[in-house]
Design a protein around this ligand. Structure first.
Ligand code: 1CP
Length: 356
């Protein structure tokens, strides 16, 4: 068992008392930081950065050197699983991720296997072990994965999408094939996240970035059902303490009760729901993570501070069970000083909510 110097993030997710509201930022390692751009240029491309444990460790730690963050997040990507399944991930400059061999039919789905996390995905586990050692118990390390539905959108569309026509066509014309794919993905995510936990991740988060493009019924059948299977299959205790699990469906505010009912510890919120409303609906069952609009970081320091105050007040007194975050990833053209001001404001303004 390792002694953690700052376990505020883990305590808040388990709804235990804390001295202030912990904070981290989705995509906190990334292009808005000049030191990230420098290492990325040295590595050559994004996947070379992920495949090299020393590089991945360095970029994970960069935001922690600048800001008083309460958690580190593994530097990797959700698309490592489909890549390990043989789909051939590549990045075209300025165009985002693409696959050489997308999934088009049942035969394609039948061909793919569950990747071995210590073999095809061994580079991710090496990064987890390297980062955990380098963190030296300062703050906890968050491991992560995409949700089966979100991974499937990239695998069937062949990359990023706006209308999701290919996967929706499959959903409405050949649902069995899609369910077969989602089930294989759920098994892969369980084995991948459990391996991250065994390698040293102290909390895990599932990103369901595209669950919110589904109708309520389809969300339950094609996304939530598989996230619930994942929650059931995860290691929930390691290294002498609980390993909290957070589920984040972007645009999922309608389904908070259903998400909380999976048995997860934390629910990630985007900015399209008031945290006060979310707390009233599910705050007795789960912790909440969020939920400032990432574009607020373009605003003045006064405006950022005002928004942080509103969100803290919305969550209210007895403020445990809140992990402050943005409602989605930080934008690459944000001024790093504004991110710093945001993080510092959460620490300073949240203390009164936690006085005993
Ligand atoms: O340097 C570069 O050009 C690469 C940009 C980049 C980065 C920094 C990509 C490609 N991935 C990442 C890192 C990443 N991705 C992390 C690192 C840890 C951190 O938060 O600091 C994480 C957690 C992710 C997760 C991820 N990748 C998600 C889920 C979260 C979200 O933002 O919604 C998704 C949807 C992806 C796919 C992906 N990978 C990369 C890009 C540009 C995208 C998005 C493409 C799209 O919009 O469809």
């Amino acid at each position: 068992m390792t002694e953690l110097k700052n376990d505020t993030y883990l305590r808040a997710l388990m709804r235990e008392p804390v001295d202030y509201t912990p904070v981290w930022m989705m995509r906190q390692a990334g292009r808005y930081l000049p030191e990230y751009r420098k290492i990325r240029a040295t590595a050559g491309d994004f996947m070379s950065l992920c495949r090299d444990a020393e590089f991945a460790c360095e970029v994970t730690l960069q935001p922690l050197r600048r800001y008083p963050l309460d958690a580190a997040i593994l530097f990797s990507d959700i698309l490592t699983i489909p890549d390990a399944m043989g789909l051939g991930l590549y990045f075209e400059t300025g165009e985002g991720p693409k696959f050489e061999r997308p999934i088009t039919c049942k035969a394609d789905v039948e061909k793919i296997g569950i990747p071995d996390p210590e073999d095809e995905l061994g580079y991710v586990m090496n990064a987890v072990r390297t980062i955990r050692k380098a963190l030296n118990g300062d703050v906890p390390l968050i491991g992560f994965s995409g949700s089966p539905w979100t991974l499937a959108t990239y695998m069937v569309e062949g990359g990023s999408s706006k209308a999701f026509t290919k996967i929706k066509k499959m959903m409405y014309t050949d649902p069995q094939t899609l369910h077969l794919l989602l089930d294989k993905l759920a098994d892969s995510v369980i084995s991948y996240l459990n391996a991250q936990i065994a390698a040293g991740a102290q909390s895990v988060m599932v990103f369901d970035t595209w669950g919110g493009v589904l109708s309520p019924r389809d969300y339950k059948d094609f996304s939530l059902q598989y996230m619930a299977k994942i929650v059931d299959g995860l290691t929930r205790f390691a290294d002498g303490r609980a390993v909290p699990v957070t589920l984040f469906t972007k645009n999922g505010g309608m389904w908070l009760e259903d998400i909380a009912a999976t048995g997860c510890d934390g629910v990630g919120l985007d900015w399209t729901i008031d945290i006060e409303t979310a707390k009233a609906r599910v705050g007795d069952k789960v912790a909440l993570q969020g939920n400032m609009d990432p574009s607020m970081l373009y605003a003045s320091k006064e405006r950022i501070e005002q928004e942080v105050s509103k969100i803290l007040a919305g969550f209210g007194n007895g403020g445990t069970g809140h992990v402050f975050n943005l409602g989605h990833g930080i934008q690459p053209d944000v001024n790093p000083d504004n991110a710093g001001y945001f993080i510092e404001s959460v620490g300073r303004l949240s203390k009164p909510y936690h006085q005993k």
